[in-house]
Design a protein around this ligand. Structure first.
Ligand SMILES: C[S@@+](CC[C@H](N)C(=O)[O-])C[C@H]1O[C@@H](n2cnc3c(N)ncnc32)[C@H](O)[C@@H]1O
Length: 228
């Protein structure tokens, strides 16, 4: 088994991806927070960007490891989870996690949950469809944490993500987002909009990967209710 230590991955300027998107049975292996994660990817191009483990997801995993952040009995939701790697780690770190993405990605996520989450932890993990700005009202507003990696890359999606965040959060919710800054204009605009509603702090920057990790907490009072 070839295994990639996430810490080393985040420190290198480039790495050879060990996965092969053409074979659903091929998996990537990652070591993070002491857990050996086995992440499969589905080959179908119709599934779009969700069939890769993006570096921003690894950046958040590494950030949680470096900062010693754990999630004992915390209620967590991830938006646009892709392969589910980040939520899987968070569940292993004690979180009660709802992993969401578009309906086509759910099977891939469910398979990765089954590879990595022991049966005694399975009740802590839900996998659900949540299309931003459309399904958010089906979910509660009392999450302790909301997570997202590499989900701010399209101008059109920014108001939908904001609407979703405002519904899912309250003043106690902590949002962690990681973004690769390649699409500087879109990403910068996205966080500028978010910062009107959330106190937004750059808590970590992985310079070699050009990835920023942001922590956001709702401003009070917030005009959020106006756009739900
Ligand atoms: C670049 S991928 C990032 C995947 C994963 N978070 C990671 O970092 O490896 C963007 C993810 O956002 C999801 N996504 C895109 N548009 C969406 C929408 N309107 N509603 C929900 N999820 C969406 C995609 O399906 C994909 O999984």
């Amino acid at each position: 088994m070839s295994e990639t230590n996430v810490r080393e991955l985040m420190e290198r300027t480039s790495h050879k991806r060990i996965h092969n998107d053409c074979d659903f049975t091929r998996k990537n292996y990652y070591l993070v927070c002491g857990f050996h994660l086995e992440i499969g990817v589905c080959p179908l191009s119709t599934l779009g960007f969700g069939t890769t483990v993006w570096d921003a997801a690894l950046a958040l995993c590494q950030y949680f490891e470096t900062e010693g952040i754990t999630f004992p009995d915390k209620k967590v939701i991830e938006l646009g989870a892709g392969t589910g790697i980040l939520s899987i780690l968070v569940a292993l770190l004690g979180g009660d996690v709802t992993i969401t993405d578009q309906p086509t990605l759910l099977r891939q996520i469910e398979r990765n949950v089954s590879f990595n989450i022991p049966s005694s932890f399975k009740s802590r993990v839900k996998v659900c469809a949540l299309s931003w700005g459309r399904d958010h009202t089906l979910f509660p507003s009392d999450y302790d944490y909301i997570l997202g990696s590499d989900i701010i890359y399209s101008f059109d999606a920014i108001p939908l993500i904001l609407q979703t965040l405002l519904h899912l959060s309250n003043e106690n919710t902590v949002v962690y987002f990681a973004s690769r800054m390649d699409y500087a204009q879109t990403v910068g605009y996205g966080y500028m909009i978010m910062s009107q509603y959330f106190k937004t702090e750059l808590v970590c920057r992985y310079k070699v990967k050009d990835i920023n990790v942001y922590k956001m907490v709702r401003k009070t009072p917030t005009p959020g209710d106006l756009i739900e």
